[in-house]
Design a protein around this ligand. Structure first.
Ligand code: HEC
Ligand code: HEC
Length: 391
């Protein structure tokens, strides 16, 4: 093992850009190019930014059914989107038949809840929130919310099926995560939990390689992720999924991918006293999944699938993941969510309105870590949360 890793080291380092952090804690923090790009690369980045923001209309081939008209409409400020289904939807619903596996007989794999004038959308999303209350061991009460989702047909009748609400995750830093060698991810796997820490973690093995993107790691590359977004979210064909043409050509597709590949990551903003919070993050076991360094990157993810328990399970199997399995999301930049989006929404369906709520939903393999967090004195819980705010 050790020899293997040493042999890989130059490759691991060589594949990644030397600098990828930028100093900006403003609402634009997620949209910067990697430092040190050449003038040509900067120009390509600018064109990719335009393509990411391009608002498609009927004349460009939009639809006829779609969810939103631009990438940036859901990935707000290159960050996440809200669990919002309105005039345009910032989130989407993955759909399966009632078995949770096969595509939904009416909607396929994803609901298109908007349509051009003259067409009917596939259906409409009705989202209600249900309150869930609890207490810390020290008596402090808390209040969470859980989504209750129904999909209605154009006549307003509920359609049976398995539905999973997904908010758009941040897109900055994804280019760096794509470059992490498979060996570095596989080295963190422990499917049989041989070290006995209650955390197993397994890589999302897909036909095209390891799954890295999406809340269930169901997509292996930014190219596929982008072409799927054009197809499923905007009803646009690409050379990858032609369907008789390419409404978005190869050049534009590549521009957007180049843009994603070259987005930088905001630098951390910790004060010396936040070191205590970092130590607690390790001690309670958060870093077992949100690993501090993956191939040298401080992304706070292992890119593995973990079973997070029934509380977060969505009834939908996707890629290599079961209904209760989710990819550990990266935590870099997470403390700037409110700055960029104007509010906070975390977890795959945006149910958590604060970092604290996000932790309290952890279960399954993360149950012990959550329990240890909950058992901390209030000042320690706050120190841990301040550490997260500085990421
Ligand atoms: C309707 C809203 C919506 C639109 C429009 C949209 N996305 Fe997404 N995007 C999402 C959601 C939701 C996910 C997570 C899906 C999942 O869990 O599988 C996602 C995932 C991603 C990811 C993976 C990020 C990660 O960390 O796993 C990338 C990259 C991405 N989208 C890029 C794009 C690009 C490029 C476009 C435009 C071509 C686009 N998206 C359009 C909602 C959207
Ligand atoms: C067993 C692995 C595991 C452990 C241990 C774990 N997490 Fe997570 N974490 C995950 C997964 C998987 C998700 C995504 C769950 C979802 O979206 O439903 C997640 C989501 C999160 C999120 C929301 C991220 C986002 O982008 O919305 C935060 C914040 C977070 N974890 C912090 C922590 C903290 C703090 C701890 C320690 C108290 C911790 N986690 C322990 C696996 C883990």
């Amino acid at each position: 093992m050790r020899r293997l890793l040493l042999g890989l080291l130059p490759l691991l380092l060589g594949a990644l850009p030397a600098r990828y952090l930028v100093q900006d804690a403003s609402s634009r923090a997620f949209g910067h190019p990697l430092p040190g790009l050449s003038p040509e690369a900067l120009e390509a980045f600018r064109l990719g930014d335009q393509a990411f923001n391009r608002v498609f209309v009927r004349e460009d081939g939009l639809g006829p059914r779609f969810v939103h008209q631009s990438c940036a409409g859901c990935h707000v400020g290159d960050g996440r989107g809200r669990p919002l289904f309105a005039q345009r939807s910032e989130a989407l619903v993955r759909t399966r038949a009632q078995d949770g596996k096969t595509p939904h007989p009416l909607f396929g794999l994803q609901l298109q809840d908007h349509a051009l004038p003259g067409y009917a959308p596939e259906g409409r999303v009705e989202l209600r929130w249900e309150a869930v209350e609890g207490r810390y061991p020290d008596g402090t009460p808390y209040r969470l919310r859980r989504p209750r989702l129904r999909v209605l047909d154009p006549e307003g009748r509920p359609v049976p099926g398995a539905y999973s609400l997904r908010i758009a995750p941040p897109v900055f830093g994804t280019g760096l995560l794509e470059k992490v060698l498979e060996a570095a991810i596989l080295a963190l796997e422990d499917p049989q939990d041989q070290d006995g820490d209650g955390i197993s973690g397994r890589a999302a093995r897909l036909e095209g390689g390891l799954g890295r993107f999406g809340w269930k790691a169901s997509v292996e590359s930014l190219l596929v992720q982008t072409a799927l977004a054009y197809r499923e979210d905007m009803g646009l064909s690409t050379p990858l999924f032609p369907e008789g043409g390419a409404e978005v050509g190869e050049e534009e597709l590549k521009r957007v991918v180049f843009y994603l590949e070259n987005l930088a990551v905001p630098a951390f903003r910790h004060l010396p006293e936040d070191l205590r919070g970092k130590r607690l993050f390790r001690e309670v076991g958060c870093a077992s999944c949100h690993v501090e360094r993956l191939a040298g990157l401080p992304a706070y993810t292992d890119l593995l699938l973990h079973d997070l328990g029934e509380g977060l399970a969505d009834g939908v199997a996707e890629g290599a993941a079961s209904p209760s399995e989710w990819r550990t999301p990266p935590l870099w930049g997470i403390g700037l969510t409110r700055k960029v989006l104007g509010e906070e929404v975390y977890l795959h369906d945006g149910r958590a309105r604060s970092l604290e709520e996000a932790i309290l939903w952890h279960g399954g393999e993360a149950e012990e870590a959550k329990r240890r967090f909950m058992a901390l004195p209030k000042e320690d819980r706050e120190a841990l949360l301040r550490f997260l705010q500085g990421l």
